[in-house]
Design a protein around this ligand. Sequence first.
Ligand SMILES: Nc1nc2c(ncn2[C@@H]2O[C@H](COP(=O)(O)OP(=O)(O)OP(=O)(O)O)[C@@H](O)[C@H]2O)c(=O)[nH]1
Ligand SMILES: [Mg+2]
Ligand SMILES: [Zn+2]
Length: 355
Amino acid sequence: MNLEKIGFNIFFQKQLEDLGIDNTTIARVIQEHKERYIISTFEKEYEAEITGNLRYSAKSREDFPAVGDWVQFLPFEENNAIIQKLLPRKTLLARKSVNSSTERQIIAANIDTAFVVQAVDRDFNLSRLERYVALIYAGSIEPVVILNKVDLISKDELQAKLTQVSKRFKEIKIISISNETLEGIDDLKNLLELNKTYCLVGSSGVGKSSIINTLLNENKIKINTISETSHKGKHTTTNRELIILENGSILIDTPGMREVGLTDVSEAIVKTFSIIEELSKNCKFNNCTHTDEPGCAILEALESGNIDNKEFENFKKLMRESQHFQASIAEKRKRDKEFGKMCKDIMKVKKKNKY
Ligand SMILES: Nc1nc2c(ncn2[C@@H]2O[C@H](COP(=O)(O)OP(=O)(O)OP(=O)(O)O)[C@@H](O)[C@H]2O)c(=O)[nH]1
Ligand SMILES: [Mg+2]
Ligand SMILES: [Zn+2]
């Protein structure tokens, strides 16, 4: 068995044992195209669909497999398979669905480390970084920041940006790279560990697929085809896909995201803005709202420049967004409950009147 080469580890083995599933029937989802999947056992790939049972028992999109998931499957014919069961996830990277105020959309499952990629020439934005970091923390995943395209700015400009990022995220690794000059690529390679799963997230055009290509140039082992291109002069990634490097690291490329909406992730937001949480312990009042209270440590830190105004504003904005999602979910549950009760009442009346 070579499952560990595609990221299988003791955590998933334990899940299998608990469920009484044999690991010869397990594969990892490496590509997803609208409910059709490519799954891999490392030795072999299959085109797979989910069973009707799995589809009908799914309560939301989250119950469907996503790239990175482990599934139990039944092979048939040459290269086909039916996905029978989705195994419990270790981690989950998800954002608010663009089309629904109460749904989560999975970006990738079972990721160890997520690289947030920004291009230093046009895409650099601390508030957006904070947003991604909150999503990543919410999924119990380690974030790493990649500043890409450093060939397009001067050394001084880069230094200024690196200082800004490291001041804001004291506990997060930051690397700066270029796919043109290959500067920093060794730093990136040094971070990559055997059998660990990484994913690249960020806006469209920041160079996520280029980074994978750069890493693959020397490491030609791939288990599936590289990004489809739109043939409009832009190599836009349209599907999430999982790729194995020769050093044994597993990488997932994702399409650029325009909207990075947060779900109910307030704990992760607090972790992202740890300095705000830390300082607020020094506020005179326990229930300080940090607006105009005397002895407010946050207001003092804003005054002295210890906390950046933009950082505090974004903290409040993300918190509001998280609370809004939570409220929408609560509202939906209430509506569903009322609807369920109405259906029950109708059935009662029907029974009573025997029609
Ligand atoms: N100058 C420079 N250009 C780069 C670098 N990395 C990538 N690019 C260019 O940036 C453009 C976009 O790169 P992609 O790798 O397709 O970006 P992406 O993040 O995968 O984009 P989506 O798939 O749309 O999300 C391409 O034209 C690349 O050649 C770099 O380090 N320096
Ligand atoms: Mg891409
Ligand atoms: Zn305060």
